[in-house]
Design a protein around this ligand. Structure first.
Ligand code: SF4
Length: 58
């Protein structure tokens, strides 16, 4: 499972507050790939909650 942040992130911080092990937000969100597998539930929740829909799960 791979998680990508597509272009268009507005840096709102929602993903990091939902799934802090995986997402870090400075100007834009970045993904800690090493933590993805253990946190798939909140990764999916973050993807559904992203206001601009740029979190892509492959
Ligand atoms: S929830 Fe979406 S827009 Fe907000 S910081 Fe995360 S990736 Fe960016």
């Amino acid at each position: 499972m791979t998680v990508k942040i597509n272009d268009g992130c507005i840096g709102c911080g929602a993903c990091a507050s939902i799934c802090e092990e995986v997402f870090t937000v400075d100007d834009v969100a970045t993904v800690n790939e090493a933590a993805v597998e253990a946190n798939m539930d909140c990764v999916k929740e973050a993807a559904e909650s992203c206001p601009v829909g740029v979190i892509e799960i492959e």
